[in-house]
Write a protein that binds this ligand. Structure first.
Ligand SMILES: NC(=O)c1ccc[n+]([C@@H]2O[C@H](COP(=O)([O-])OP(=O)(O)OC[C@H]3O[C@@H](n4cnc5c(N)ncnc54)[C@H](OP(=O)(O)O)[C@@H]3O)[C@@H](O)[C@H]2O)c1
Length: 219
């Protein structure tokens, strides 16, 4: 009965992870969301093996409570943690400090809080895998070649955070992995003209490193 805890599960890529993983009744899913009342798409998934837990990843106490609930349900262990929750808002050149801190608080510090909250359970699990969804934007080479906009600094820090955990816990048999999902359209609404222009610019930039790039994927 593999067990998974996943963050940012109310929508986007992680909702799809939960949908696909919960289709196998052998999996036990713990879906962490920031706000249960707005996680309606998650609630409507048919799997009976999904427990929805509420925790903002910047709140270590809330994460500790969520980890206790997981522990009670699994007998004190967890096999997989998928860190997906992230903040991605447009850069704010008028207030660089706020721009940095907002993104680092969620994407970097919040990811560390999640790993720390579930570490003891993962140590008792039989798989010991922690997947963190990062971004190609966090790669220096990609950044220089494409000038992609966005939250890349906090994702570069996430990549180093993951490397630090990987080094610290490799003797215990852990795999810590940061991976990029590619370019995924997670928006539910029809794009505005401004969003379409931004998308086309984005597309042109990605073509610089991936000449065969055909556009975004669905989750
Ligand atoms: N989509 C892409 O093309 C793309 C490309 C590269 C990397 N990524 C990475 O892939 C991951 C998923 O992306 P996505 O497009 O699916 O994102 P998304 O649709 O924007 O969803 C982000 C999720 O994170 C949650 N979240 C944000 N701040 C949180 C906090 N403080 N505490 C708890 N949850 C929080 C959101 O919760 P609410 O629902 O409550 O807002 C939401 O469920 C992210 O790490 C993103 O950086 C995505």
């Amino acid at each position: 009965m593999p067990s998974y805890a996943v963050t940012g599960a109310a929508r986007g890529i992680e909702l799809e992870f939960v949908a696909q993983l919960s289709a196998d009744p052998k999996n036990t899913m713990f879906a962490l969301v920031r706000n249960k009342t707005t996680a309606t798409r998650l609630e409507s998934l048919p799997g009976k093996n999904i427990t929805i837990l509420e925790a903002d990843i910047t709140d270590p106490k809330a994460l500790e409570i969520a980890a206790k609930e997981v522990s009670s349900a699994t007998g004190g262990k967890l096999d997989y943690l998928i860190n997906n929750a992230a903040l991605a808002i447009p850069a704010n050149p008028a207030d660089i400090e706020k721009d940095f801190i907002d993104h680092f608080r969620v994407n970097t510090v919040g990811t560390a809080y999640c790993i720390n909250a579930f570490l003891r359970l993962l140590q008792k699990g039989s798989v010991k895998k922690v997947i963190t969804i990062s971004s190609a934007g966090g790669d220096a080479d990609v950044t220089v070649k494409t000038s992609l906009p966005g939250y890349a600094r906090s994702k570069a820090a996430v990549n180093m955070l993951v490397a630090k955990y990987a080094a610290r816990f490799k003797e215990e048999g852990f795999v810590f992995l940061a991976l990029t999902p590619g370019f995924v359209n997670t928006s539910c609404a029809a794009p505005t003209p401004a969003a379409l222009t931004a998308y086309n610019e984005f597309h042109q930039k990605i073509l610089r490193i991936a000449p065969g790039f055909k556009g975004s994927m669905t989750p």
